[in-house]
Design a protein around this ligand. Structure first.
Ligand SMILES: NC(=O)c1ccc[n+]([C@@H]2O[C@H](COP(=O)([O-])OP(=O)(O)OC[C@H]3O[C@@H](n4cnc5c(N)ncnc54)[C@H](O)[C@@H]3O)[C@@H](O)[C@H]2O)c1
Length: 263
């Protein structure tokens, strides 16, 4: 097992790709703390892990609230004794808004959830990783940071900030044997798209994701399992010599889909 005896915090692990990572990490022998505002789903994810013989813990935490983040880290240390892996995954898309109509409040809210939260969790977790002279930090950016699919400037700016945050921290923590990398997901079918598709029938949703998949070189949207596989690589010893990397997990984006074959 790739994560035998390890302890991870996964923010936003109640749903979507965070949940996929939580279940996958647990199957590889990792104790997983799920920090999320969606407690019902977080408890369900922890129960799924326990049912399969793993160690899962659901913690109610708003990742934008410094007090709750500090308390979450304390709880994990009390329960599991250490933190080997931190996945800063919680985040949400924002509405398409022309910059002149974007409010300061909306800007601050989106930056807090998609960027400041990474700072808050690292602030409390890094001292433990420094002391044990090991750790893996994985931050969730987006392919939108380098190829905006729509005018969501607050979201895309936050996700570009995640790349800068990752690069700086990777350099600063390299002497402590702590790897810091980020992933740039392309379109992944999760609750992330709820606001756009919830009014559609199941058939319409399938058609929406099929159309979206045609914009991707590999010809399909991704799954939480696609993200979990890449996250497992970055969380495990397989990536010990990799730090400061912004890894697209995006079916080939930002490449454009190839033209249809001519023969
Ligand atoms: N799905 C995609 O296509 C896609 C593409 C690029 C980047 N991303 C990024 O990947 C990450 C995961 O997205 P997803 O697709 O799994 O979305 P999702 O909506 O399925 O899951 C997000 C999780 O974050 C939690 N969350 C939201 N606000 C929170 C808060 N304030 N405190 C704690 N938890 C909170 C939600 O409850 C949920 O469990 C996000 O950072 C997102 O921006 C997703």
């Amino acid at each position: 097992m790739l994560l035998e005896g390890k302890v991870a915090i996964i923010t936003g692990g109640a749903k979507g790709m965070g949940r996929g990572m939580a279940v996958r990490f647990a199957a590889e022998g990792c104790a997983v703390a799920i920090a999320d505002i969606a407690m019902k789903e977080a408890e369900e994810a922890a129960a799924e892990i326990k049912k399969k013989g793993g160690k899962g813990l659901a913690i109610k935490c708003d990742v934008t609230n410094i007090k709750q983040v500090g308390e979450t880290v304390d709880t994990v240390i009390k329960k599991f004794g250490k933190i080997d892996i931190l996945v800063n995954n919680a985040g949400a898309i924002a509405a398409h808004t022309p910059i002149e109509d974007l409010t300061e409040e909306a800007w601050d809210k989106v930056l807090a959830l998609n960027l400041k939260s990474d700072f808050l969790f690292c602030k409390f977790v890094v001292p433990y990783m420094k002391k044990q002279k090991s750790g893996k930090i994985i931050n969730l950016s987006s392919i939108g940071a380098i190829q905006p699919p729509a005018h969501e400037i607050h979201y895309n700016t936050a996700k570009a900030g995640v790349i800068g945050f990752t690069t700086d921290l990777a350099n600063a923590l390299a002497p402590f044997n702590i790897n810091v990398n980020c992933m740039l997901p392309g379109p992944i079918r999760t609750n992330f798209y709820d606001a756009r598709v919830s009014a559609m029938t199941e058939e319409e949703q399938d058609a929406f994701f099929k159309r979206l998949g045609k914009k991707v070189p590999l010809g399909r949207v991704g799954t939480p399992e696609d993200m979990a596989g890449a996250a497992l690589f970055l969380a495990s010893g397989l990536s010990d010599y990799i730090t400061g990397v912004a890894l697209p997990v995006s079916g080939g984006l930002p490449l454009l889909p190839p033209p249809p074959p001519t023969t």
